[in-house]
Design a protein around this ligand. Sequence first.
Ligand code: FPP
Length: 248
Amino acid sequence: MFNIFKKKNHSQKLDMANIPNHVAVIMDGNGRWAKKRGLPRSAGHVVGAKNLEKIIQYAGDIGIKNITLYCFSTENWKRPKDEVDALMKLFVQYMHDYDKLMGDKKARVRFLGTREGIDPEICDLMEEVEKKSEMNDELNVNLCLNYGGREELVNAVKLIAEDVASGKIDPKDITEKDINDRLYTSFAPDPDLIIRPSGELRLSNFLLWQCAYSEFWFSDILWPDFVPKRMEKAIIDFQQRNRRFGGV
Ligand code: FPP
């Protein structure tokens, strides 16, 4: 049987001439990581955030231009209130001290997702961080917070409908670009590589439009243990793939 997690021979080295422009990551497994150690789930998120610090450094070091991180989905509000509160508190901590997340990288931070439902004070902080970092151009760090791929598409449809209603767009002229331009990710190319650690083999409403020709990397390592060396393995594997985009 084909085993997606089978150890592969990665004697190859990272090819610095073929670094993916855009890597997206579903940072999954914090809860299980904590449970295994008899800790509350929120402790897993704290360690997950620490790991994110390392991963952003690594992304910048190897020249990734866009890194998109799934931090909180439109469905994650269903979690117990204490976990949601702990996550929001953690996000706020990093917003106050976002240099900690960016290290020595001149990163432009954007929050992708709907602001609806997020505490207005947190929304203000999000805007502040975006504003403070908007001149940075070393890499884009895209934090998906209250993000859902379906919500993103509904939002794009609403924006197009408004333009149709005001006569700006003729419905028969609507193109893929019109949709793409109205997504939260409109400033970035589609992700080349989507990584999901923790053993789950699904997208969970992440980048549904953008993933059309993304390469996937699944690993059963839990996110807090998904250190830069593991990410390097994912990228080396990506570099050996033959991307055809529907061609031959
Ligand atoms: C999914 O793992 C993880 C989340 C819903 C939260 C991800 C957030 C972080 C890694 C912190 C990022 C921090 C900042 C500052 C941006 P899970 O809890 O569902 O894990 P499980 O599947 O093992 O339960």
